[in-house]
Design a binder for this molecule. Structure first.
Ligand SMILES: O=C(O)CCC(=O)C(=O)O
Ligand SMILES: [Fe+2]
Length: 205
């Protein structure tokens, strides 16, 4: 039998301005209400990265953003997940904390929050001495659900993205991958929108 879990949204980053907390709250409520209406929409992947004698010359997983709402990553005790940070531009290794899950924001969450939350550009590097294993749980909407910027995220500003389903967006990403374009920009409504251009900046840098 199934029970409805009691979910509490906790704000880890207290420095966030009130409008952003408000958007996070509504986005979380929205995702939970979509989940309640439908069956599971979690995809899981297990990665195994064999040890590599010359890690500088190989990459475990090419730099990318994830497509769904969130990705939950469990790493083995060998770190390898890296996030791209600006100012100065650099790759930051996420420490492998036993029992800890890393939560990455994905492209559809950026669309849902009209760019108030940015999907994280990340990659996986390999280790010289040890194999590495990671588990990824990709949370997104069921295939038929259109994702569009939430009214609460707009607050008087125009929508930066058109509505897309997860499979539609995967199709756009596939096209973007072959042409070197940005998938988020391809579903953006206005090209002079900062939020929509954000990922482009990352990819070109
Ligand atoms: O291996 C990792 O830590 C990252 C995996 C990942 O980014 C992915 O599966 O999308
Ligand atoms: Fe990823």
């Amino acid at each position: 039998s199934t029970t409805t879990p009691v979910v509490q949204v906790q704000y880890i980053e207290y420095k966030w301005q009130q409008p952003r907390r408000h958007v996070l709250h509504h986005a979380a409520k929205h995702i939970l209400s979509v989940r309640r209406l439908t069956r599971s929409c979690v995809v899981s992947l297990i990665h195994r990265y064999p040890k590599c004698p010359d890690p500088k010359r190989a990459l475990g997983l090419i730099a990318h953003t994830d497509s769904g709402f969130f990705t939950f990553v469990l790493q083995s005790l060998v770190p390898g997940l890296q996030l791209f940070r600006h100012g100065p531009d650099r790759w930051v290794t996420v420490p492998a904390v036993p029992g800890a899950m890393v939560v990455n924001v994905g492209d559809l969450f950026q669309i849902l929050t009209n760019g108030r939350f940015h999907s994280v550009y990340h990659r996986a590097v390999v280790n010289r001495d040890s194999d590495r294993i990671s588990l990824g749980y990709f949370l997104g909407p069921p295939a038929h659900v259109k994702v569009a910027p939430l009214r609460e995220a707009l607050a008087g500003t125009p929508a930066a993205y058109r509505a897309v389903t997860w499979p539609e967006y995967m199709g756009v990403r596939k096209k973007a991958f072959t042409t070197g374009a940005s998938a988020l920009k391809m579903v953006a409504i206005s090209t002079d929108n900062d939020a929509a251009n954000h990922t482009d900046d990352l990819i070109s840098s």
